[in-house]
Write a protein that binds this ligand. Structure first.
Ligand code: UD1
Length: 431
């Protein structure tokens, strides 16, 4: 099984190019099959979740052509079924966007229930409530499938009980060709929600208010082809920014939208890092000891839950006591046991982690429990004295393209290995 072998202790220094946003791309891929014209999508990250989504689109008849590693053409004109049932689709959370897309285009969808990271219960009741309001009266879960069928879709006024990225995007997809006006209240404001709305508007949709908590969708007859470049990935960028903080490094993340990273930059300033912003890059310099602080994860523009493990790893090295409160997913501290094995002093009480900073981590054999926690544990290993191995990197590869290659570009000693012999060779090489 593939692992990362890491020798920690050196500061990461240099520039790293950030790829397209995975979570925007998942919504955009689903949207791309809603026209019979060809759509060109650029800046698509080459990560496992995206490739599973493409496989699902192909399984129902969409034609996907790779132009280059980060550019594809999609044609949804030959879709021959509205049933997505391959077991592989359970690997990703965002398979449920195919429900919104197929329902919106064909008034009918049956998609195997999603999987994704095990970070909480992850209900989809708000998605189903919205589909029902739009006219899919049977929307529900049946035999392991999400099903939704409608005679015709009609615009509706939908109030989401909680801010949900997934439900907001799914309801955009389902309502974009519904008759009349749909209003989504308490909508998610994440940059990837705005990107999906912008993409749909480029395809001829009429969506206003994306990025605020009230989105208005006036249904259109049909959507047409377009060319679109996906926004940079906020969480990939944030992860490299925290890599600078934990390794006392100096890292510039390039090809980013600094506005999307404000809550992350603000916390890094509180931790004592220096931040330099330009139009499409942010430099993080961590020359002083890290300072403790408190943080609570919140929907955008709050501090992202997908950055919670990374900031916990950094605060584990900050002098004094910090408290990290997770308010989005209830099961997101599973990595703390692994971090403790590296010498961290973290206690989890309910939805908060109480962190007493330690001087440094020490290398250990650890396992990635999910995507973002996996990446955070890699950061911990990069800052640690000595060797570490990180197992189950398949989770990390769901959302980070060439993670170890990009880290090596910043001077990290990290390699993907397959067995003990590879680990011994790595140890000999890096000393
Ligand atoms: C998306 C992101 C994920 C990120 C999360 C929050 C994708 C593929 N994944 O996940 O990386 O961590 O947003 O920014 O884009 N909820 C319900 N009922 C629902 C929907 C959600 O109770 O119908 C709850 C969830 O359990 C969770 C909260 O609402 O507690 C937010 O979830 P949501 O924003 O929907 O997350 P995802 O779209 O699954």
């Amino acid at each position: 099984m593939e692992q990362y072998a890491i020798k920690g202790g050196s500061a990461l220094v240099g520039e790293v190019e950030i790829g397209g946003a995975k979570n925007a791309a998942l919504g955009i891929l689903a949207a791309s099959i809603m026209t019979n014209d060809t759509v060109l999508i650029e800046n698509l990250p080459d990560v496992r979740d995206i490739n599973v989504m493409i496989q699902a689109m192909q399984s129902i008849g969409a034609i996907v052509t790779r132009v280059d590693r980060h550019t594809i053409k999609v044609n949804g004109g030959n879709i021959n079924t509205q049933i997505v049932e391959g077991d592989y689709i359970k690997k990703i959370r965002a398979s449920y966007y195919l429900v919104g897309a197929l329902l919106g285009k064909y008034n009918s969808a049956e998609v195997k229930l999603p999987g994704g990271c095990n970070i909480g219960t992850r209900a989809i009741d708000q998605h189903l409530k919205g589909f029902k309001a739009l006219g899919a009266r049977d929307a529900g879960i049946d035999g392991g499938m999400i099903v939704a069928h409608a005679a015709n879709l009609k615009g509706a006024h939908i109030y989401l009980d909680m801010v949900s990225v997934g439900a907001t995007i799914n309801l955009l997809l389902a309502s974009v060709m519904a008759e009349g006006m749909t209003i989504i209240e308490n909508a998610a404001k994440e940059p990837h929600v705005v990107d999906v709305a912008n993409f749909l508007n480029c395809m001829g949709a009429n969506i206003k208010g994306a990025g605020t908590d009230v989105i208005r969708v006036r249904g259109v007859q049909s959507l047409h082809g377009t060319e679109y470049a996906i926004i940079p990935d906020q969480i990939e960028a944030g992860t490299f920014m925290f890599a600078a903080a934990v390794t006392k490094g100096d890292v510039t993340v390039k090809n980013v939208i600094p506005k999307h990273l404000e809550s992350i930059s603000a916390k890094l300033l509180e931790l004592g890092c220096e931040i330099e912003e330009s139009d499409d890059a942010i430099r993080v310099v961590a020359s002083k000891p890290l300072e403790h602080t408190h943080v609570k994860t919140l929907p955008y523009p709050g501090f992202p839950t997908d950055m919670q493990p990374q900031i916990t790893v950094a605060l584990g090295l900050a002098e004094g006591t910090s408290i990290v409160t997770e308010s989005i997913f209830e099961n997101r501290f599973k990595y703390v046991d692994e971090l403790s094995r590296m010498g961290a002093n973290v206690k989890v009480e309910g939805s908060s982690a109480i962190i007493e900073g330690v001087k440094g981590y020490s290398g250990a054999s650890i396992t990635a429990p999910d995507l973002r926690a996996g990446a955070a544990l890699v950061l911990a290993a990069l800052s640690a004295e000595g060797f570490s191995t990180v197992d189950d990197i398949k989770y990390i590869e769901r959302g980070y393209e060439d993670f170890e290659i990009k880290l090596r570009g910043l001077g990290a000693m990290i390699e993907k290995v397959e067995n003990d012999r590879d680990i011994q060779k790595f140890k000999l090489r890096v000393g």
